[in-house]
Write a protein that binds this ligand. Structure first.
Ligand code: HEC
Length: 201
């Protein structure tokens, strides 16, 4: 047993750094008190499972988004998305427009897809998977109620919780209810918290 543990430690499976235990995917530090580096470490322990779950949805975006540009530098707590840690991604079509962080007259091109993957730390300090939040700009006139944005939420087991334009659209209504606050000037894009924005290239 002890020998096995030593081997695990040597091979890097058990990395105990400042209270963050890798192998167990858990921490004794309260969520709000985690440093950026600690939050990023906990992400590393969950990312494989996160992707596996999203991919069960069969949605192309789940298989693609990890190759896209990241507008956020490192995971940060999103107050508006269940106080989960999030990472932002933007596809090539939307990248230049999004990364301008233009708050005056932004127009996102049709085909832009912005995605946020998420995870959280529960009360026991365990890392838990969170939903994949997806927004896609579709052709003018497609979804007048949501200003031609299609919202999709993929929960960690790959199920679709809600999707604009389908019979689960109601579940996504609250997304646009909030995002439309920045329709004028920002084409409903909120952008990552200022402290966590990547440089544009
Ligand atoms: C109460 C307001 C609010 C609600 C409700 C909300 N969002 Fe957001 N959303 C934000 C804010 C603020 C940001 C940017 C900062 C952040 O990530 O926390 C954001 C960012 C995003 C982004 C990255 C693109 C961008 O705007 O910069 C996506 C994708 C997204 N949200 C999807 C969703 C989906 C899908 C839902 C519904 C399940 C939803 N949001 C509900 C406020 C909200």
């Amino acid at each position: 047993m002890i020998k096995a543990l030593k081997i695990a430690a040597l091979s890097g499976m058990f990395t105990l750094a400042a209270g963050v235990a890798h192998a167990a995917c858990s921490t004794e530090i309260a969520k709000d008190d985690l440093t950026d580096a600690q939050a990023a470490e906990l992400y590393e322990c969950i990312e494989g499972k996160l992707l596996e779950g999203y991919n069960k949805s069969g949605k192309a975006v789940a298989g693609e988004y990890r190759n896209w540009f990241m507008p956020s530098t490192t995971p940060f707590i999103s107050a508006t998305h269940g106080k989960r840690f999030v990472n932002h991604y933007i596809n090539d079509i939307g990248r230049d427009a999004y990364m301008s962080f233009n708050e005056d007259d932004l127009v996102m091109p049709v085909g832009s897809i912005a995605v946020k993957e998420s995870y959280t730390i529960n009360k026991k300090g365990k890392v838990r998977r969170g939903p994949l939040f997806v927004m896609e700009k579709v052709a003018a006139g497609t979804f007048p109620d949501t200003d031609d944005w299609k919202y999709t939420t993929i929960i960690p087991n790959g199920k679709i919780l809600g999707e604009t334009g389908t019979d689960t659209a109601k579940k996504e209504k609250f997304c646009h209810d909030c995002h439309e606050a920045v329709l004028d000037g920002q084409d409903v894009m909120f952008f990552p918290d200022e402290d966590y924005r990547s440089a544009s290239n």
